[in-house]
Design a protein around this ligand. Structure first.
Ligand code: HEC
Length: 157
């Protein structure tokens, strides 16, 4: 790793995280809950529901249906959980549940834009130089990006 440039290291990390999820379909996500009794262990840990309650500052076009779809995308086809953790509290990628934003302001449209473009090596703030590919590297539509951004927005609001 010593001679590897950080961009390459980031790509490798990204690849590793994606293969983890594809290969184990979220099994890594259960590790945190293993102290819990049987039921919790046998199914993959669910991320916070993002249960939509009326929140101040919530954009009018951010609907409950989007939030629910976004939660499914987050831990499913969006592969976000691979890098941000099943509970979205961070792994390779940062915690998305707190209200500290490393890059943007955490507002809905900014989250949409950030997820669409990802985070380049130049923009990334982590010491590993880990990057986030556009759309997290997932094959999701722009509408799915808006849904997952809606879910992420609710985590900190
Ligand atoms: C391959 C790993 C990886 C995947 C997959 C991934 N991310 Fe990221 N994400 C990162 C990294 C790394 C950063 C940048 C952290 C930094 O600044 O160093 C980041 C940053 C972010 C940020 C900005 C956080 C901040 O504090 O400003 C958001 C929002 C985000 N990701 C959401 C998502 C969503 C939603 C998905 C799924 C569609 C996703 N990410 C998939 C690795 C990933």
């Amino acid at each position: 790793m010593k001679r590897m440039n950080s961009k390459l290291a980031g790509r490798l990390l990204a690849f590793f995280a994606i293969s983890l999820v594809v290969g184990c379909s979220g099994r890594a996500a259960t590790e945190d809950t293993e102290v819990d009794l049987g039921a919790a262990v046998s199914r993959p840990a669910a991320p916070p529901s993002g249960a939509a309650t009326a929140t101040a500052g919530r954009p009018a076009d951010l609907t409950d249906a989007m939030v629910q779809e976004g939660a499914r995308i987050y831990s499913g086809v969006g592969i976000c959980a691979a890098c941000h953790g099943a509970d979205a509290k961070g792994a390779i990628g940062p915690d998305l549940t707190d209200d500290e934003w490393l890059i943007g302001d955490g507002e809905f449209e900014q989250l949409v834009a950030q997820i669409l473009t990802g985070v380049s090596a130049a923009e990334a703030t982590n010491e590993l130089g880990a990057i986030m590919p556009p759309k997290g590297g997932a094959a999701i539509t722009d509408a799915q990006v808006r849904a997952v951004a809606a879910y992420v927005w609710t985590l900190s609001h």
